[in-house]
Every structure is written in structure tokens, then in C-alpha cells.
Design a binder for this molecule. Structure first.
Ligand code: AMO
Length: 442
């Protein structure tokens, strides 16, 4: 390989996605040996490349090396001829000529990773993540997750949002509750951020519309199928809104774009995982109090908690809305003030409710959002009513004190959304290296 002065690489190695353009040619390609299947007189050798598994044929007549030199999970650079083959998934296959072995594994993988599915417990799947993720279907989950994030970025950039990067070590929690990680910051108490809430609001005063896709931390004490201790939060915040419904409209547009983006650029992974993407048309909206009553009436359930949903109620509501409207998404609006953080704007017509919403998708909350209080006086008063010491939040309240437009935003859990989209029950399956109460490795 020769590197030219302007940094372009000149080499004969062909990218796997361009193999089709080289039918009949002798090429070089690199990857890992995924699977060797010996047949009578020849062998199928599957080469795992960055995105696809390429079918190769080893035959003694053609190859200038012995099949014994190849080992599963060896990294290799192969020389081969690209031959048209209808029976192969890609429409071609590689006839092997030479193989340079770049590395060999010390041991065989403790878990079989080269079958269609990794047939093991969730525990093992996560314990051996660096290898189990090499399975074609396992890694496709995270390719799709990449596609979701790219679709979101594309939509937000096109709608004049500025991408920002806010600190993860913070002086205070934004979301309330006990689920905050404390850290020792040079002798001072500090925290890992629960959300970029304060900073995205401050940045509305700077850029008007901002977004961030970044990790946040929640010291959840219980192990559930939907809680992680570290997750990726997709946050946006927009200024000069006239009502919180604008936020819901923006999220609807964003989800529509994500589906288009996945369809356009991630078809191989969608097919591999047999994913049926939901149609995003108008998303129905129902007030929280009405939703509670609706579920109680339709399913003959007693309302135990008037302030929040039980997980089962989220499932039932989604089922009901889908039956009535065909939508797999539903916005629930006007959550009780009691349950929303101090920055939530109360509804002018009923101060016990907030100008806020959640988005539920296939039985699970994936987003929380709403309009915020934007005046200093109102925000400080609400903090006082809640028994908070506003003086401790002066650096946040500086934004309000020196003028902020009416604004609001939302936070979407990337892993929850990915998991629901792919029909997974446990959010850990949509997390590369999950952190939960019992897991700090790998
Ligand atoms: P909230 O705390 O509701 O709101 O979080 C927003 C979204 O983040 C996801 N989520 C989680 N995902 C995995 N594990 C967890 N432990 C976890 N906790 C939350 C959910 C949830 O809907 N600042 C507000 C957002 C805003 O108003 O802009 C916030 O963080 O999908």
C-alpha cells in the first residue's frame, strides 16, 4: 500500500460493497473467517467484512494454499476471482486463490457465533459481548441503531438545530429523584449527568435550536427489562415555540425521517432481522387523565396511581390505540405537575397539569418532553414551592435571568427506541455494552 502526499490511498483491495463491479476480475479483500463448511471436493468459506458476509469457495484446483491454513476468526487478506453466482445471497461469490493470514485466534470462541442466531442466555450473550457481537444478526442491531442516529441528525440539521456537546460531570441533578450517581470531584461532591436538561435550555438562548446525542447516567436500583444505568439520550430543545404541540410535531417529523433513512440505507440489516418498520403518519394524542380512565374502563382495571402509569397500563394503552387508530405510537399529554420536574411549565387552564407529553411506542415510553418555564421569576417561585433552594441553581438560572425565549424540548432513549423497533423485550439487547446493577464489564 502506498500513501500519497495528499493522503489518498492507492491499493488494489476492493471494498466488499463494490465487489459486484469486479465480476470476472482478480481482486484482494480483507476480513475475518466467519465460517468454514467443508463439502465433498471443495469448501464454503464465509468471510465477515465490515458490513456483509461474503461467500467464498475454496477448491484445491484453484487455491494456491491449503484449506488447513484457514481458521475461523482468523483475520485474512484474500486474493480471489469474483464470479457470478445466482444461488449466493449477493449474486456472486469469490473463488479463492491466495490467503495471507494476518492473525489467528488463541482459542476457539467459547460461544458459537457463526450460526444464524447466537443460541445462548442473555447473560452469556452480554458476558461475551466482544465476540457475540460479531454474529451477523447481533451486529445488525447496532448498524440499525447507527441508522436511527444518522436519520435523527439529518432531520435536525435540516431543521436548523445546532449539535452541541455538554458536560457529563455536573454540579447538580436536573431530573430530581434519588437515581443520581455521586462522584468525588477533587474533594467536592459532583454528579454524573442524568440528562443535558440545564445545558440544552441554556443553549436555546445561544442557538435557538439545539440537540445532543450522548450518554446519561441513572443510578436505577432495580433490574428491569427497560432500565439501564447508562443510556444514550437523544435530546433536542427549541426556542420561540407557541405551544408544546410543536414539539410533538417535530418529533413526528423526526421519526418519519428515521424510517425513510433506514429504508434507504439500512435495507440489508432490516431484511436480515425481518424488521417491519412502523408507518409514521399522524400520531394520536390523548390526555394523561383520559388515558387512565380509558384503560380502566376498557380493561376493567382499578386505577391505583392517579399520577403515573404502571408499565402494564402503557402496554394496554398502546394496544387500545393501535386497535382504534392503527398507530403504533401514541402521545400522552398533560402529565400531572407532581410527577414532572421543576422546570416543567404548568398548563394555564389547570395548574395541576403540565404542558408536557410522553411518547409511547409498542407498549413502552420512549420519549419525555414538554414546554419549560422560561421566566426567572416564575421558575424561582416554582422552586420555592417545591422546597428547593434556588440559590444553588444560579448558574442554570442565569439563562432565565438574562432572558430566554419560550421554549421546550424532549429526550428520547435511543436503546429503548431501537429495542422496540426490533421487537426486543429487553433493552439490554439494544445496548452495545450495557451497564446495570450487576454489570460493569465488558
Ligand atoms: P426522562 O427522565 O423521562 O426525561 O428520560 C427521557 C427518556 O429516556 C429514556 N430513559 C431510559 N432509558 C433506559 N434506561 C433508563 N434508566 C432510562 N430512563 C429514561 C426513556 C425516557 O422516555 N430531561 C427529560 C427529557 C426532556 O424533557 O427533554 C428527561 O430526561 O426513553
Amino acid at each position: 500500500m502506498i500513501k500519497t502526499i495528499n493522503g489518498e490511498r492507492t491499493e488494489r483491495t476492493v471494498l466488499p460493497e463494490r465487489l459486484k463491479e469486479h465480476l470476472g476480475e482478480r481482486i484482494r479483500i480483507h476480513g475475518s473467517i466467519y465460517k468454514i463448511r467443508k463439502m465433498r471436493g471443495f469448501a464454503f468459506v464465509l468471510l465477515r467484512t465490515a458490513r456483509q458476509v461474503v461467500q467464498c469457495i475454496y477448491s484445491e484446483e484453484r487455491a494456491e494454499f491449503s484449506l488447513e491454513e484457514l481458521q475461523e476468526e482468523s483475520c485474512v487478506r484474500l486474493t480471489a476471482e469474483v464470479v457470478s453466482e445466482e444461488r449466493s445471497r449477493t449474486g456472486y461469490e469469490l473463488h479463492l486463490i491466495q490467503a495471507a493470514i494476518l492473525s489467528k485466534p488463541e482459542e476457539a470462541s467459547p460461544i458459537v457465533i457463526n450460526n444464524k442466531l447466537v443460541d445462548t442466555s442473555l447473560e452469556n450473550l452480554l458476558n461475551y459481548r466482544p465476540v457475540t457481537l460479531r454474529n451477523e444478526k447481533e451486529r445488525a442491531v447496532f448498524k440499525i441503531q447507527e441508522g436511527i442516529a444518522c436519520g435523527i441528525r439529518k432531520f435536525l440539521a435540516e431543521n436548523r438545530f445546532t449539535e452541541i456537546h455538554t458536560p457529563k460531570i455536573v454540579y447538580s441533578g436536573a431530573e430530581g429523584g434519588a437515581n443520581i450517581f455521586r462522584i468525588n470531584y477533587f474533594g467536592k461532591e459532583a454528579y454524573l449527568t442524568q440528562s443535558p436538561q440545564f445545558y440544552k435550555q441554556m443553549m436555546v438562548g445561544v442557538f435557538e435550536r439545539v440537540f445532543e446525542i450522548a450518554p446519561v447516567f441513572r443510578a436505577e436500583m432495580h433490574d428491569t427489562s427497560r432500565h439501564l444505568n447508562e443510556y444514550t439520550s437523544v435530546d433536542f430543545e427549541m426556542g420561540y415555540i407557541e405551544s408544546f404541540e410543536e414539539l410533538m410535531q417535530t418529533e413526528t417529523g423526526m421519526l418519519r425521517e428515521v424510517m425513510c433513512y433506514l429504508n434507504e440505507y439500512y435495507a440489508p440489516e432490516l431484511e436480515l432481522l425481518s424488521v417491519k418498520l412502523p408507518e409514521v403518519r399522524e400520531i394520536p394524542a390523548v390526555r394523561f387523565s383520559e388515558a387512565k380512565e380509558l384503560i380502566a374502563k376498557e380493561y376493567h382495571r382499578e386505577i391505583k396511581d392517579y399520577e403515573d402509569f404502571e408499565p402494564e397500563e402503557e402496554k394496554l394503552l398502546c394496544e387500545l390505540i393501535q386497535k382504534k387508530t392503527g398507530s403504533e405510537f401514541v402521545f400522552v399529554t398533560h402529565y400531572p405537575s407532581e410527577k414532572r420536574p421543576f422546570y416543567a411549565m404548568e398548563s394555564p387552564e389547570n395548574r395541576k397539569e403540565t404542558e408536557s407529553f410522553d411518547l409511547l411506542f409498542r407498549g413502552l415510553e420512549i420519549t419525555t418532553g414538554g414546554q419549560r418555564i422560561h421566566t426567572y421569576r416564575e421558575q424561582v417561585e416554582k422552586m420555592k414551592r417545591r422546597g428547593m433552594n434556588a440559590a444553588l441553581f444560579e448558574s442554570y438560572l442565569m439563562a432565565h435571568k438574562y432572558g430566554l425565549p419560550p421554549h421546550g424540548g424532549l429526550g428520547l432513549g435511543l436503546e429503548r427506541f431501537t429495542g422496540r423497533l426490533l421487537g426486543q423485550e429487553n433493552v439490554r439487547r439494544a445496548t452495545l455494552f450495557p451497564r446495570d446493577t450487576g454489570r460493569l464489564e465488558p
